[in-house]
Ligand binder design. Structure first.
Ligand SMILES: Cc1cc2nc3c(=O)[nH]c(=O)nc-3n(C[C@H](O)[C@H](O)[C@H](O)COP(=O)(O)O)c2cc1C
Length: 291
């Protein structure tokens, strides 16, 4: 991207304008207090990013359920109990006309032993490979738990809007719960949430439509999704394109492309641009509109 373009505003499909293309992607801060609330240090970091000229900051992943953390020090938002602190966080991120969107996540089976005795997942399939020893084997979620978790994502998004965050991002990448539902390797359910790709994306589409109804048409909702999980069995390039098409039809405002999980941790690379090829192919297929 040329320097001139970097400083041009980006207008989303719902008309919301982001002042430039400087984007701070989600980086789990691990800076919550013992009750999983934002600390002064965390809020200060967002103030510095906003004052520095960032157009949009996506927060590190915020958990929807304190029983299942991605790592110690995660922020958890289940309801309005910490609204005042969340307001301070949003205010810091909105300085200098910046946007701050809360990334919302559930780790599923990627909840390490140090924080989770028994994680939950679409199916009881443990994490394989060298990373597996850091995680207890998961149990399969009941259908009531699936519904409860969809509602939790929506509730967290509603609290984010109430606190003044200017958008939300559903974390559908990196092998966490949404991505586990999408993957035919992780998801062997034989109910409405497993089997065909249409069924495997139901967990995501229910979260999205629930949020859209609760947040309204003009509130930005983003999805972070894997281009592929680098494993032909689970979630392929074509699956990813099909999910993006569906989310586009449903009205998603923004999509961030990533890739990898704890078994194939491409997202922890050392600076290579892994996803450029995918971005170019998607644009050639006219699926994504570049701002
Ligand atoms: C310390 C650290 C923490 C991260 N935490 C998150 C996170 O909470 N949520 C997320 O979606 N990605 C997270 N990521 C991944 C980055 O947002 C990004 O997707 C990844 O580094 C790939 O970068 P690229 O898309 O520029 O290639 C984290 C990365 C790092 C280095």
């Amino acid at each position: 991207m040329s320097t001139a373009k970097l400083f041009e505003p980006l207008t989303l499909r719902n008309g919301v304008v982001i002042k430039n293309r400087i984007y701070k992607g989600a980086m789990s801060e691990g800076m919550a207090d013992k009750s999983h609330r934002p600390t002064r240090e965390l809020i200060h970091a967002y103030k510095r990013w906003a004052d520095g000229g960032t157009g949009l900051s996506i927060t590190g992943n915020v958990m929807v359920d304190r029983r299942y953390l991605g790592e110690p020090g995660n922020i958890v938002v289940e309801d309005d109990r910490d609204l005042l602190l969340l307001k301070n966080w949003a205010e810091a991120g909105k300085r200098n006309h910046s946007h701050i969107w809360m990334q919302i996540n559930h780790p599923g089976k990627q909840s390490p032993k140090s924080v989770s005795r028994q994680p939950v997942a679409p199916s009881a399939i443990p994490i394989s490979g060298s990373a597996g020893s850091a995680f207890n084997p998961p149990r399969a979620m009941t259908s009531e738990e699936v519904t409860d978790t969809v509602n939790r994502f929506v509730k967290t998004a509603v609290a984010a809007k109430k606190a003044g965050f200017t958008g939300v991002q559903i974390h559908g990448a990196h092998g966490y719960l949404v991505s586990q539902f999408l993957s035919s390797r992780d998801n062997k359910r034989n109910d409405d949430y497993g089997g065909s790709l249409a069924n495997r994306m139901r967990f995501l589409t229910e979260i999205y439509t629930g949020m859209r109804v609760a947040l309204g048409d003009s509130f930005p909702i983003s999805l972070k999704i894997n281009s592929t999980d680098f494993d032909d069995e689970g979630f392929s390039f074509d699956d990813s394109i099909a999910v993006i098409k569906k989310m586009d039809e449903l009205g998603i405002d923004h999509i961030e492309i990533s890739g990898g999980d704890y078994e194939k941790p491409k997202m922890m690379g050392n600076g290579e641009v892994y996803f450029l090829d995918y971005a170019e192919k998607s644009v050639r297929q006219s699926l994504l509109r570049l701002g």
